[in-house]
Design a protein around this ligand. Structure first.
Ligand code: FAD
Length: 472
């Protein structure tokens, strides 16, 4: 006899209909379903821009799901308590979700699974966030990888399953009341206001697909050669969609693999970048403190500086180092930052300003609409020198020469710095309009004096590195 008990689908960071294992399984089951998003303490703790972007993702996804026959119910509260409440109201006998491998999410989900199963309910988790579960890729000795290149070789040898067809219809379960999206207030934490970032964000599954198609049409061939140039639109811009599950990594992988099979330049480099994301989650799974502790414990004795006026100037894009300030402003206004720029500003903070990488990580977490806990933590530890497979500490990016090399005509800097430019482009004007008055920025005034002379900063960083007490 067919199981007629409704399934409660708990959506978290998987806002798409295509290649969605949980939704496909729900459709195939023929059982009635309810769909729920919970603003729980874990989501409450997201940074301001991620929360705003989550609101956008929910606004785009709810009508798509409704078109399949099922409304998305929004509730607030501790996950387990809300799930129990909804189970009681609806008579559902199962809770399904897509795995989120953030350590805090794993802890929450383990608690939920244990509690529900103890009550005789079905609690089931699905893949979908990654190409491969972190534990599915192992070294010859059976442990996790610590270095990217062998990890990449291992992944290259595996088969990525083909994407699943989009779900078009689900059998609706009982109708429940929920809160409105406005009432959840996800956008409120962003003091500069959503309108600033909204101009630059693209939201939803259709936008993700359009970006992938644009990239395959116009970008992939030049990806390897041009992706480091700061003023160019030479990358896929898919990170904000991956962060919220608006596109699956398998769809991207197969599109890139197809391009590679057609002999298109740049395709392999692109696939390798996608696998950096996998590697970050692999590391985070096996080292859940990746975002909070030095991966190499011998760095624990390094004399990083804590909060300071210099760190605040860095956050505000007022270091006086043009490429650093341009990048920090790009992030403040668009919620994104070019990858090369992320490396330049991270190096400047951790090396020229000798500041703890966790201060930079936290600001990125607050500002990025593509915030990804694993990629962010790996990126910061990599640049700071204390992470797995990290850049050696003595590799200190020189912001001035990086600017000459990757922004040779100054287009990127002009786009974001209005100082000394009475006809600043809209981008730079957007930044000046968005910042609080207390930041004291005046368009047309000169750029502030550099916080530190680049050569002196480099020497100071190298001296601190040489003098650091060695442990372990
Ligand atoms: P593309 O160049 O088109 O690459 C395609 C995809 O591959 C990306 O969308 C992303 O999912 C993945 N990818 C590319 N480069 C990396 C990388 N270095 N590490 C991990 N995955 C990568 N990426 C995030 O998605 N969220 C973050 O919070 C984040 N924080 C970072 C912090 C620092 C200090 C650094 C150095 C890098 C960080 N990155 C982060 C990685 C990278 O900068 C972005 O993924 C990239 O800029 C996104 O642009 P794109 O989608 O056009 O990338």
């Amino acid at each position: 006899m067919r199981d007629e008990t409704p399934i409660l689908l708990w959506l978290r960071r998987d806002f798409r209909l295509s290649d969605h294992p949980m939704l496909s399984a729900a459709a195939a089951s023929g059982r009635p379903v309810l769909a729920l998003f919970i603003l729980d303490p874990l989501a409450e703790a997201y940074g301001a821009a991620p929360k705003w972007r989550l609101e956008q993702a929910l606004a785009a996804f709810a009508p798509a799901l409704a078109a399949c026959g099922v409304p998305l119910v929004l509730r607030r509260g501790p996950a387990l308590a809300v799930l129990r409440q909804v189970l009681a109201e609806s008579g559902a006998g199962a809770v399904w979700w897509s795995r989120d491998l953030d350590p805090a999410a794993i802890a929450r989900d383990t608690e939920v699974k244990t509690a529900l199963r103890a009550e005789g309910l079905e609690a089931r988790s699905f893949d979908g966030q990654l190409l491969f579960a972190p534990w599915a890729v192992q070294t010859g000795q059976g442990g996790p990888y610590r270095v990217y290149t062998p990890y990449w070789r291992a992944v290259r040898g595996l088969t990525v399953a083909p994407p699943l067809a989009p779900v078009t219809a689900l059998r609706p379960g009982p109708v429940l009341r929920g809160e409105s999206l406005d009432a959840l207030g996800l956008g409120r934490a962003m003091r500069r206001g959503g309108a600033v970032v909204a101009k630059y964000a693209r939201v939803g599954e259709a936008a993700a697909q359009a970006r992938l198609e644009r990239f395959l049409r116009e970008g992939i061939e030049t990806y390897q050669a041009r992706r480091d140039f700061l003023a160019e639109n030479a990358t896929s811009e898919l990170s904000e969609h991956l962060a919220w599950g608006e596109i699956s990594p398998r769809v991207i992988w197969h599109a890139g693999a197809q391009a590679m099979a057609e002999g298109r330049a740049g395709a392999e480099t692109f696939l390798k970048e996608l696998v950096w994301r996998e590697f970050a989650w692999h590391l985070m799974f096996y080292y859940p403190r990746l975002a909070t502790e030095n991966w190499r414990p011998d760095w624990d004795s390094f004399p990083w500086a804590g909060e300071s006026a210099a760190a605040e100037r860095w956050r505000r894009g007022q270091t006086g180092e043009p490429i650093v300030d341009a990048a920090m402003r790009e992030m403040y206004v668009t919620g994104r930052m070019h990858n090369r720029a992320r490396m330049i500003v991270a190096s400047y903070l951790t090396k020229h300003l000798l500041t703890d990488w966790r201060i930079g990580l936290a600001w990125f977490e607050d500002c990025l609409i593509d915030h990804d806990p694993a990629a962010n933590a790996m990126g910061w530890q990599w640049v700071a020198g204390c992470g797995p497979d990290a850049a050696p500490y003595f590799r200190i990016f020189n912001p001035a020469s990086q600017a000459e090399k990757f922004d040779p005509e100054g287009r990127y800097r002009r786009a974001w710095l209005a100082e000394g430019n009475r006809h600043a482009p809209q981008t730079a004007q957007d930044f000046f309009a968005a910042v609080p008055r207390s930041w004291g920025l005046v368009p047309g005034a000169a750029l502030s004096a550099p916080l530190i002379d680049l050569a002196a900063g480099r020497d100071r960083a190298l001296a601190a590195y040489a003098a650091r007490p060695k442990t372990g």
